[in-house]
Design a protein around this ligand. Structure first.
Ligand code: GUN
Length: 289
């Protein structure tokens, strides 16, 4: 069996078009447009590509996309003061501080400083807590994008066994909580495997939906996948020859899965599209629009 492709690029474009239409409508109605400011500290090459994509996507949707760059050796106090200024700026509806941050900066201090009403990343403890109690406000963009892919493709999550590889706050843990929510895109039975899990293949072979977010190139092989499973690959890794690959051995997995996300062109574009939607939501809440 050859798996069907979960085309994140195409779905992301349609979400971005919907956001752009809504931005245009709101601009006519209110005279204002949503604004996202992305803060980039240092010059991590991958982060530079990601933030440029985010900024360009904002502009293409008619939003204000601003990039604020700070040097890699910036003091934490300076970064916190920058966030305070963005929190107070009425033209800024969404704030995203690109991770990872340099070692002299405490991620938690930074994440907690962002006004939770502008936290379009969904990383602030208030937003993480709201998701955990089943009252989501801002949800991290990657899990949100994965849920949209599943919903748009008619993949049933209700009663399905979803196995997540990786327990990061950004992806694995938030994904687990989303799949546990009641209602469409939720109601799954969820298992989270991580670095200390034993016999991981025993779990993955039971997965109706397998989500890999471990950052290890082509680690998940076909033999670990249940025939007919839906495979979601969050990984973005480089092979020794510099080419891009996911956490899943795509060629092998595509032989056994029913659906699979390509890398690139699967989860990545969805993350950017959902960031725009979160920014639009932030605008609506803050402006009462
Ligand atoms: N670094 C990698 N992914 C993300 C993300 O979704 N948000 C932020 N802020 N940083 C990231």
């Amino acid at each position: 069996m050859a798996a069907r492709i979960l085309d994140g690029k195409a779905l992301a474009q349609s979400i971005r078009n919907q956001v752009a239409e809504e931005v245009a409508r709101l601009q006519t109605a209110t005279g204002r447009v949503p604004g996202l400011t992305v803060v980039l500290v240092g010059d991590n090459p991958a982060s530079q590509v990601y933030v440029r994509n985010k900024q360009n996507a904002c502009k293409a949707a008619g939003m204000r996309g601003t990039l604020l760059r700070l040097p890699g050796d910036v003091e934490e106090a300076k970064l916190l003061a920058t966030i305070d200024a963005l929190n107070a700026d009425p033209d800024v509806h969404g704030i995203l501080v690109q991770l990872p941050l340099p070692h002299q900066i405490d991620d938690r201090q930074v994440i907690e400083r962002v006004d939770p009403r502008k936290d379009v990343d969904g990383f602030h403890p208030e937003n993480a807590g709201l998701l955990a109690i089943g009252q989501p406000r801002f949800v991290p963009c990657t899990p949100l994008g994965i849920r949209e892919l599943l919903l748009a493709s008619g993949i049933e999550t209700k009663g399905a066994h979803a196995v997540i590889l990786g327990r990061s706050q950004i992806v694995g843990k938030s994904m687990a909580l989303l799949l546990l929510q009641k209602g469409p895109g939720g109601d799954a039975t969820v298992t989270v495997c991580h670095a200390a899990s034993r016999d991981v293949d025993d779990f993955t072979r039971q997965a109706d939906i397998l989500i890999a977010a471990i950052g290890r190139a082509e680690h998940v092989k076909a033999r670990a996948i249940k025939p007919g499973a839906v495979v979601i690959d969050v990984g973005m890794n480089r092979r020794d020859d510099g080419s891009l690959c996911g956490d899943v051995d795509y060629a092998g997995a595509a032989e056994v899965a029913s659906w699979i996300t390509p890398v690139p062109g699967g989860v990545g574009p969805m993350t950017v599209a959902l960031l725009l939607r979160n920014t639009l939501d932030a605008f609506r809440r803050l402006e009462g629009a």
